[in-house]
Design a protein around this ligand. Structure first.
Ligand code: NAD
Length: 289
């Protein structure tokens, strides 16, 4: 690292709180080193109170940009100059790019989802997706999939704080894209089963299956997965194989994925926005996991 840093090195930040656990600095700094790019990526503990001055410092210090994570993904929007259309629809930003003092906000989680499926040779454009969850990840996935050409989307959520968000997502997708989206109650098990069974892909973005819910899944009956060609995607990547994935494999499904590829590809999409270079994703996967 010290060999790379000189008077020309451009800084990229990560502004969130808490943030010390993040894998992003390791991801990006190793990718810069591998490609010989003169950037450095550092994590900064930034909360809602310190966000305005932290964002201003991107301009002041002529940083190349920053990742933005919780609790700042929505709060950052009014502090930026421009928004990418997907970020505007999602209502959240995880990547900021500084072009000569003009800050543009992007969201790359949905891009990461679509790209990770492309990497596996799976094209969901023109197909139907059933999606559980309408929180941060679910919204990004729904919006990007709709923008990229998924034809039909059945969005399920339980009646919790995110229900209104699920309603908003469905309305927005129907108004602004060619995708036909419908809203469904997760509590209606028969409807949930029917929609999964008529889909090309079932995506779970609820985090059920992750600690402390490792032994839980929204679908615990393998007979629900009666179509061997169904794609099952869980956004969770720790554990690597969630309960949902186990049930899907037990049912004999061939295309069953965790969120690792999405995590790597959302980082790669941000990397490309800052550097205009492709992140060496396989190399980084090897370093991180
Ligand atoms: P969030 O809190 O914003 O949203 C959670 C969603 O799940 C909401 O729709 C909520 O209604 C629903 N939900 C929560 N508990 C539930 C339960 N017990 N039963 C049914 N539904 C439930 O969270 P988020 O930021 O969207 O993250 C969700 C998951 O996605 C997490 O596991 C996170 O690790 C993962 N994620 C992965 C990536 C990746 O790159 N792979 C990126 C972002 C998030």
């Amino acid at each position: 690292m010290t060999e790379r840093i000189d008077g020309h090195t451009l800084l990229i930040g990560l502004m969130a709180y808490p943030i010390r656990h993040s894998m992003s600095p390791t991801m990006h700094n190793n990718a810069f080193a591998k490609l010989g790019l003169n950037y450095a990526y550092l994590a900064f503990e930034v909360d809602n109170d310190t966000l305005p001055s932290a964002i201003q410092s991107i301009r002041t210090l002529d940083m190349r940009g920053s990742n933005i994570s919780m609790p700042n993904k929505q709060k950052v929007i009014p502090l930026l100059d421009k928004l990418d259309p997907a970020a505007e629809m999602v209502g959240a930003v995880n990547t900021v790019v500084n072009d000569d003092g003009i800050l543009t906000g992007y969201t790359t989680d949905g891009i990461g989802f679509m790209k990770s499926l492309d990497d596996e040779g799976i094209d969901i454009r023109g197909q139907k997706m059933t999606l559980a969850g309408a929180g941060g990840a679910g919204t990004a996935i729904a919006v990007q999939a709709a923008l990229d050409g998924v034809k039909e989307m059945s969005i399920f959520n339980q009646h919790d704080a995110e229900w209104e968000n699920a309603k908003r997502n469905v309305k927005l997708i129907n108004e602004k894209t060619d995708c036909h989206a419908t809203l469904h109650e997760l509590e209606d098990r028969d409807d949930f089963k029917k929609e999964i069974q008529s889909s090309f892909i079932y995506t779970d973005s609820t985090g059920v299956g992750m600690k402390p819910l490792e032994d839980k899944t929204l679908v615990d009956d393998p007979s629900w997965f009666n179509n061997p060609d169904l794609v099952v995607f869980d956004t969770v990547y720790a554990p690597r194989e969630t309960k949902l994935m186990k049930v899907a494999k037990q049912a004999g499904l061939k295309h069953v994925f965790n969120g690792l590829g999405m995590m790597l590809e959302q980082g790669a999409a941000a990397f490309k926005l800052w550097t205009n270079k492709d992140m060496p994703v396989d190399y980084i996967r090897h370093i991180l996991f």
